[in-house]
Unconditional design. Structure first.
Length: 328
């Protein structure tokens, strides 16, 4: 278990300043539009490595520029950090960054100001507050790998001429009401949503990135998604009915913290749930991303058909006499 709980008294930067200090002492707590973009990305994605922040916000310069700017934001209490364990146990691992309290208060203040002016805002709630205690290493690494995967997939679609909108789990959150008396409402939180558009088509992908691939958790997620789809809650929120992409390893790699998603696909196949597709990310992907080209072929959970991720389709043959679906 990797847990970090540092009270303000132990913070090497000293006591956390109040938000008013940012406005009273603008030179000491200077920030620019790019800094705000970095803080917003950390708010939405929760955790990012230095190289991810460089890729998103400093791609035109060296990674050192990103490191130097993050150091300034850290010294000013806008962001916090901790090193990840090193690969192979040797040396020091990369920094993982998250939004610190002063950064959150600044974004919330600006967001509320935009709301009062009738402008678009994020709707930052108290549930988005920075963690006092960080979760386990597995949860942090899940968010980091999810970020890698979504950036790669977004860039793949962009390279194919698609216009792409990426929503994080915080932006995609919806509540799913009960269908029957006594049934509780449920939170619907896909790991990410990618909306891709061309002149001819729109595809909405709900991304589920699975490292632990725990079947009992997946069953609960799938049941909520099926209720979400039956109730048509995507209408008015997305331009097309979403497809679910479950991404993960075909073969388990316990030494890397990755379990196989094959049991999840077997469950979907047994349940004959349509609209759920599986994308297998083997070790070749993680070793060579993002330079290596990938075909991004998905397999339908219910039928086993293969199709490009840009146009996930599954066709089933219905036997009117026997009344069953032939699984290919």
């Amino acid at each position: 278990m990797w847990v970090y709980n540092a009270p303000p008294a132990e913070d090497p930067r000293g006591p956390r300043p109040a938000l008013k200090e940012v406005f009273v002492r603008p030179k000491k707590y200077h920030y620019n539009d790019r800094d705000l973009a970095v803080l917003t990305n950390l708010l939405l994605r929760r955790f990012m490595r230095t190289d991810q922040i460089w890729r998103e916000h400093f791609w035109y310069a060296s990674e050192r520029m990103a490191r130097d700017r993050l150091q300034k934001l850290y010294e000013r209490h806008f962001v916090n950090r901790r090193r990840l364990p090193p690969a192979g146990g040797q040396g020091s691992g990369p920094y993982v960054w998250w939004l610190d309290w002063l950064g959150w208060e600044l974004l919330r203040h600006r967001d509320e100001d935009r709301r009062l002016r009738g402008e678009s805002c994020l709707g930052i709630g108290r549930g988005w507050r920075p963690p006092e205690t960080l979760p386990s290493l597995g949860n942090v690494v899940h968010d980091l790998e999810l970020g890698d995967f979504c950036m790669d997939l977004r860039d793949h679609f962009t390279g194919q001429g698609y216009d792409v909108t990426w929503l994080t789990t915080r932006q995609a959150h919806q509540m799913v009401p009960a269908e029957r008396a006594g049934e509780p409402a449920a939170a619907f939180n896909p790991d990410a949503v990618l909306v891709t558009r061309t002149d001819d088509a729109v595809v909405v992908l709900h991304i589920e990135y699975e490292r632990s691939a725990e079947l009992h958790k997946f069953k609960r997620k799938l049941a909520v998604w099926e209720r979400y789809r039956r109730l048509g809650l995507w209408q008015g929120r997305y331009p097309a009915e979403p497809k679910v992409i479950v991404a993960g390893a075909r073969l388990a790699r316990p030494d890397r913290g990755r379990q196989s998603i094959e049991p999840l696909r077997a469950y979907v196949r047994a349940k004959r749930v349509s609209g759920v597709f599986f994308l297998y990310l083997d070790e070749g992907y993680w070793e060579h991303r993002p330079e290596a080209p990938f075909g991004w072929i998905v397999e339908a959970g219910a039928t086993g058909e293969r199709s490009p991720i840009a146009a996930p389709v599954e066709t089933t043959l219905w036997d009117q006499v026997a009344g069953r679906i032939y699984l290919k």
